[in-house]
Every structure is written in C-alpha cells, then in structure tokens.
Ligand binder design. Sequence first.
Ligand code: FAD
Length: 447
Amino acid sequence: MALPNHVKTIIIGAGIHGLSTAWHLAAKLEAQGKGGGQDILVIDKAGIAAGASGIACGVVRNNYYQPAMRELMAQCVEVWESDPEAFHYHPVGYMQISPESMRANVAEIFEQQQAIGYGSVFVEGEAESTAYMKGMFDDWQARGITSVLHEKKGGYANNTASMYGLAGKAEALGVRIATGIKVTGFKTGHNSAAVTGVETDRGVIDCDQVVVAVGPWASTLWNLLELPKTVSIKGQDGTLHENIPMWRYWALEEGTLGVDPDLQKTNDGKMPPVIHVDTDAPLYSDVDGSLITDKMWGIYYKPDFNFGGIQGGAMPYEVKTPVDQVAIDPYGPDSPDFIVDDNFAHMWCSALAFCQKRFEGQIGKYKKEPSGGLGCFTPDSFPVFDRFRENVTVIADSNHGYKMIGVGKLIAEELLNGESELLKPFRFSRYAEGKLHPVSNSPFPWS
Ligand SMILES: Cc1cc2nc3c(=O)[nH]c(=O)nc-3n(C[C@H](O)[C@H](O)[C@H](O)COP(=O)(O)OP(=O)(O)OC[C@H]3O[C@@H](n4cnc5c(N)ncnc54)[C@H](O)[C@@H]3O)c2cc1C
C-alpha cells in the first residue's frame, strides 16, 4: 500500500484495541457526518493479530473484584454479543471456583453483578460447591473449594479469527490497514508537546492525532513518546511512594492438552463454560504422586477446536530483567525466552487431573508446541487509558485486554464527544492521586 503523506488519525497496532478503535471511530465519524474510515490509518510493524491478541487464550469474563473493571467488562461483553459470528465468539459462560480465602471477595463480585444486571449464580459451602460441579461434570473431584461463581454470560472467542472479523468491519468502512511498517518515533511541532506526525521505517506520515495500541510493546512506545519511566504512587495511607517503574513484564503460561475437545462436554452433552479454579489444597503430580506445590495455585481451561484440545493456562511469573532489556521480539511462540517448559506441562496437566478424573493419565497427550507469551503490566496491574502529549491516546490494557473489545468503542466516543465515565477510573493521574483500584486475594495479577 502507498502510504499517505497525511492522515487525520493514525492508530498504531492491529490488535484488539487498535482494530476496535478504528472500526468504531470510522462508524461514529460517518454517523456524525464528520468523515469516515478514509480518515483513519492503522499501522502495524508485522500484521493483523501479530501481537498478544493473536495468541490469547481468548477468555471473556466479568469476574473482577474491582467495580470499575466489572462495569467495563459488562460493556465489552455487549460488543462481543453484537456479532458472535464475525468475532468467532462462543458465549458458553465462565466459572470462578474458589477456596475459602477468596469466598468473601467473590461473594462481593456476585452481589455487584446482581446490581448491574450481569447474570450469574453463586454457590457457597464445600458440599454445595461440589454438588453444583458434579451436576455439570460427574467426574468433578477438586478439593479445597467453598464457592462457585457461575457467570452465564461471557465465554471465549478464537483469537486470530476474531481479529480478522474486526479488521473486516473496519475495512468495510474505508479504514486502511498498513502492515509491515514499524513506528520508530514521533514528530513534534514548535512550542507544543503535540505530535504532528509519526516516523516510520518507510518515512514520516503527518497526522492530527495518534492512538497507540501496542499491547506488550507499550513500554517501547512510551519511551518513544518520552513519557516518564517511573511514577509516584500515593498509597491508601496517604504516603507517596516515589520512583516506581511504570512498566514490568510477566510471562503468561498457557498450553493445550491434545485430546478431543468433546471430551470436556457436560453431563447433558453441552459445551461447558470456561473453568477457572483457584485452591489452597496441595497439588500432587499426576505422573509420580510427588508434591508440586502446597501454596495457593490456580488454573483455567476450556475445550477449544481452534487450539485442537483442552486449552488453558496457570499463573504467570514476573520477568525480573530490567524492563528496557526484556526481549519482546520475536514475540509469542517465536520467542526463545518466553515460552512454556516441561514444568508448566507437568503442573497444568496434574492440575487438570486434580479437577476432573477424565484428565488423569493424559499428560502424554500434552501438545509439545511453543506457547505462552509476554504481557506488559502497569504499576498496579490495571489498565491506563489516557491522553498524553495533547493528541496521543494510549491504550495500555496491562494484559487484561483481549476481552476488552468495547474499549475501542469508548475511546472513539472520547475522541469525538468527550470523556467516558467507564474509562475515567483508568487515568494515569490515579497513581499520584492515590485513586487506586481495590486488590483481591486471587493468586493472579489480573483479578
Ligand atoms: C498468552 C496470552 C494469553 C492471554 N489470554 C487472554 C485471555 O484469555 N483473555 C483476555 O482478555 N486477555 C488475554 N491476554 C491479554 C491480551 O491478549 C492482551 O491484553 C491484548 O491482546 C492486547 O491487545 P492490544 O491490541 O493492546 O495489543 P496486541 O494484540 O499485542 O497488538 C499490538 C500490535 O502492535 C504492533 N506494534 C508493536 N510495536 C509497533 C511499532 N513500533 N510500530 C507498529 N506496530 C507495532 C504489534 O505488531 C502488534 O500487532 C493474553 C495474553 C497473552 C500473552
């Protein structure tokens, strides 16, 4: 594609956020008679779905302890539901199955889901939880569980296919998507912080505004925008914590058990909800009975024809390398550093067997293919959606974001009509102001 010299809006990144923003902005410009897709150029250094959106497990859930996250996710689920076919979305529901230490947190989530009309069922008590799970899977055998939150909405979508669905919607409205073009810097005007163009390895493209939606590369583009590498955060007690690094990386561990996905059908022959189990019961090896962990642990899984088996993951681990030295490229399964190893397969397959008898002795069917990938996290592990340098909107989802297909819609609204109430709790200023989100007892950094 011949690159234009000037375009009104440049969106960097052809993942869930860049493509959703492009589609919604084009539609809104057209509806308001202010232009259309021809005013938008999406640039990606590789291709559509080349980043985290193309390798995500694809889980779509509402289960968050933070009210602002739940309200945002409810809006996102509505966008998924608006065209399940184009987004390859499977609305099978989602289950959070938890130990006693999480019961009170999850009970609160349930109450607030009732308040916002998000359909879910909450079961409390050890015997009651087991009975509920056995009613769905007669081989259920997980221990240390005292509550079950069953979200009737949500589920999962097929990662790459859904990105092409989104790209198709944007392109149908005239949006151009230029791939194989890397952003290397920003051009600025005189006497102003505003960006007047984007520098790429194919030349400069002038523009009126920029949206940065680069997922795991957020820290790199943040540096190109010359934004602060550290932040001050006001704690709940009012103390200011200085020099906190703005970014850090976690490695996500996921894999696939290569069995027929139909193996995981429910007692009544239906495709099941996505299962997420956290427990403090000791986990023993399904291979030799040795202790894997006696600390709190968690896994998630779903049958998935796209991955060809039972696909899911476990808790991520923090990458200790200084952030500017982390090798983000090559990304995902191509990375020599951030793919899962045999320890993950052993833990995750043993955990599957802990939950359901049908998975006992199946570890030999684990797919030995590279999987997993990096996520770029903010200081509090919650998203930053904000405007910097006067005309640059940054969508940095802190790795929450495949499910957040609706954020692009809200960003498009902000670009045209002013501040969105749902996005307000995710401003950068919350660190200095101490307006932080509540923290849950989950072993995952994203719950
Ligand atoms: C293994 C794994 C599993 C996950 N599972 C889930 C899940 O089940 N549910 C969920 O909600 N979230 C999940 N996530 C998180 C989710 O995938 C991400 O939060 C989300 O996809 C980020 O979307 P994005 O559009 O911001 O970025 P991406 O999808 O990463 O897209 C960014 C794009 O920017 C491009 N880019 C980068 N730098 C430049 C540059 N300099 N110039 C031009 N282009 C550039 C890249 O090529 C890339 O295509 C998972 C993440 C991982 C790693």
